[in-house]
Design a protein around this ligand. Sequence first.
Ligand SMILES: *[C@@H]1O[C@H](CO)[C@@H](O)[C@H](O)[C@H]1NC(C)=O
Ligand SMILES: *[C@@H]1O[C@H](CO)[C@@H](O)[C@H](O)[C@H]1NC(C)=O
Ligand SMILES: *[C@@H]1O[C@H](CO)[C@@H](O)[C@H](O)[C@H]1NC(C)=O
Length: 209
Amino acid sequence: MSRLLWRKSILALAGIILASGFGAAEAQRNLKAPKKRYTGPGTTPNLRNIIIGRCYHYMSLYPATGVKDCSGVWQELTDAVFRKEPCNITEEDYKKLAQVTAQTIPCDKSLLWSRTNDLVHRYTKATESFMTLEDTFLGFLFNGLTWCGKTASPGMNYNACPSWKECTNNSLSSFWKIASATFSQASCGTVHVMLNGSADGAITRKERC
Ligand SMILES: *[C@@H]1O[C@H](CO)[C@@H](O)[C@H](O)[C@H]1NC(C)=O
Ligand SMILES: *[C@@H]1O[C@H](CO)[C@@H](O)[C@H](O)[C@H]1NC(C)=O
Ligand SMILES: *[C@@H]1O[C@H](CO)[C@@H](O)[C@H](O)[C@H]1NC(C)=O
């Protein structure tokens, strides 16, 4: 049941992204403007240092994570996006990255959320009893960051990346899709789901295994 709700909200989100994507494409055609590349902010400056720093930080915060190859994490990210069209990145491209960042999620601690971002993080910080996507190794490493590659050469594009709504298979949305799917699959026992009451329903808890 909880997974179903989760899927439903992902589908709804995908629907919104799709709808606005078509709208933007239509507007662009009407204007007959030269093809504008990407409308989102470019790759976060110092991305490599931030990710490697967060990687070591996470291991010190949560020693149970074990020893991770922080340079290897960066390597898998570059393999996923370098020399690729940033609007043509799929979950498949991030598979290796998800593998090298795999971790054991403590049972009964997972909290999935939808449209309650602020609230859920205030709640988990206050109680420290739940784990959200951003508390997982993969989510912690990339939370709040932007990145995309370039087709012509290896390296990140620091000027502009696709915004969330610009195309379906973009470097960020595909990453967060696989990150949340991996978290939800690794979760065990009781999985808690927090939905926005004004949008979806209520706080639910559900057994799964
Ligand atoms: C999109 O990615 C796939 C697989 O990586 C590749 O085969 C295809 O040529 C790419 N298409 C474009 C338009 O870049
Ligand atoms: C719930 O959704 C509404 C409308 O989308 C939003 O204004 C509100 O901030 C959300 N509540 C929480 C707790 O995130
Ligand atoms: C996005 O990627 C999926 C494969 O994961 C593919 O089936 C789909 O056609 C792609 N969508 C677009 C708009 O390129």
